[in-house]
Design a protein around this ligand. Structure first.
Ligand code: C5J
Length: 237
């Protein structure tokens, strides 16, 4: 697999494609689809839906390049035994975790709204990580899976930028991973939080990681199949 250089903020990142995983955070129907939990809370879900197509492009490229692809879903067991009361007892009483929502019980595993949107449906063999928290490392085996595969760089996309994407990037950064966040493949119900969230990642020399776009990363991934621009290649391993 080649080692490539990817244009990013705060500076270009050298990436060994043999040690990269793509992680797609919480692209779940309840957050993204009209008629779901997010919409029921009064959010404009079209702001999140705009990340679906960029996620799909990077997903297709990662699959073609043979990268490890990990999908996450935020949600809880039906008996709520893994849901902290402090998390459950929040928000309007009829729209809390576990109550009946428009697409089944809100944030409960196995319910229709908890599932990943059809455009980004995991393929057999791609790990789907059910996480009880905002961060994908908290109470999951993600770190173990990444270390077993010798992963050092995470391509991160999904929703929402300032909540589950940000928490995961912070967790990953503290564990020694390099995070390359794809700005157009992330989204928030609050565009200003999206913008500032991305700036926070790349600020101070990349305090949490790097920020790039699918347009800049796709040619680098294509190098794994030998078709991307030669100029991006540093060396083959
Ligand atoms: C995620 C949330 N996935 N905003 N959850 O960001 O509650």
């Amino acid at each position: 697999m080649p080692v490539v250089v990817v244009a990013a903020e705060p500076g270009a990142l050298t990436v060994d494609l043999s040690r990269v995983a793509l992680i797609i955070i919480d692209m779940q129907r309840d957050f993204l689809e009209p008629g779901g939990f997010g919409a029921a809370l009064g959010n404009d879900v079209s702001l999140l839906a705009r990340a679906i197509a960029p996620c799909r492009r990077i997903l297709d490229a990662a699959r073609a390049a043979g990268l490890l692809v990990i999908h996450t879903r935020e949600g809880h067991r039906p008996d709520l035994s893994d849901a902290p009361p402090a998390k459950v007892q929040r928000g309007p009483a009829d729209k809390r975790i576990g109550t009946e929502g428009p697409m089944g019980r809100i944030l409960i595993r196995g319910e229709a709204g908890h599932d990943i949107v059809p455009a980004l449906a995991p393929l057999p063999g791609e790990p789907v990580l059910d996480k009880p928290g905002k961060g994908a490392f908290y109470q999951t085996d993600l770190d173990l899976m990444l270390r077993n595969r010798n992963v050092e760089t995470l391509l991160v996309c999904g929703v929402t930028t300032e909540v589950c994407v940000h928490t995961t990037v912070r967790e990953a950064n503290d564990r020694g991973y390099r995070c390359l966040v794809l700005a157009d493949a992330c989204a928030s119900y609050f565009p200003e939080f999206h913008e500032v969230g991305l700036r926070m990642i790349a600020a101070q020399g990349g305090i949490f990681g790097w920020v790039s776009t699918t347009e800049k990363v796709l040619p680098a991934l294509a190098r794994a199949g030998g078709t991307g621009p030669e100029s991006l290649r540093i060396r083959d391993e």
